[in-house]
Design a protein around this ligand. Structure first.
Ligand code: FES
Ligand code: FES
Length: 157
């Protein structure tokens, strides 16, 4: 049964009519047209669908949209501020840390949250933090390099 649900997404308020058990991912993509968040496995195994909920990385494919009501949701589209990419986005571009880029938004969202909690990580800490995000193209070395680059530039914004 459809309910009216108020979502706080990327600093704005969105009202949707949907089954509260529907995945947050499906609502973001199909109702709010925020298609930067990707469907990979649908089973919380790959990280392609990662968004931030109250600043924490969450797998939107298994998050019932009803549980996200009233919480701050950030998607890849919400990272850019005033026409300026987030330092992690810039670092991924500079390091060319993508091939097909299907995993990239999930990688970036995970990295943004990680660098908030650990602004100066070692390479090993980065690899450990990112191990739940799968890149089928195998660009892991460049992803780690991008996160290191972003950490050196500061990601407090
Ligand atoms: S699509 Fe959500 S973890 Fe893979
Ligand atoms: S760049 Fe293709 S899956 Fe990561």
């Amino acid at each position: 049964m459809a309910n009216v649900i108020k979502l706080h997404v990327n600093g704005g308020v969105q009202v949707v009519s949907t089954d509260p058990r529907a995945s947050l991912l499906s609502v973001l993509r199909d109702q709010l047209d925020l298609t930067g968040t990707k469907y990979g496995c649908g089973e919380a195994q790959c990280g392609a669908c990662t968004v931030l909920i109250d600043g924490h990385p969450r797998r939107s494919c298994i998050t019932p949209v009803g549980t996200a009501a009233g919480r701050q949701i950030t998607t890849i589209e919400g990272l850019e501020q005033h026409g300026k990419l987030h330092p992690v986005q810039e670092a991924f571009l500079t390091e060319e840390a993508m091939q097909c880029a299907y995993c990239t938004s999930g990688m970036i969202m995970t990295a943004v949250a990680f660098l908030k909690s650990n602004p100066s990580p070692t390479e090993e800490e980065i690899a450990h933090a990112m191990e739940g995000n799968i890149c089928r193209c195998g660009t892991y070395p460049r992803i780690v390099a991008a996160i290191q680059r972003a950490s050196h530039q500061g990601t407090q914004s």
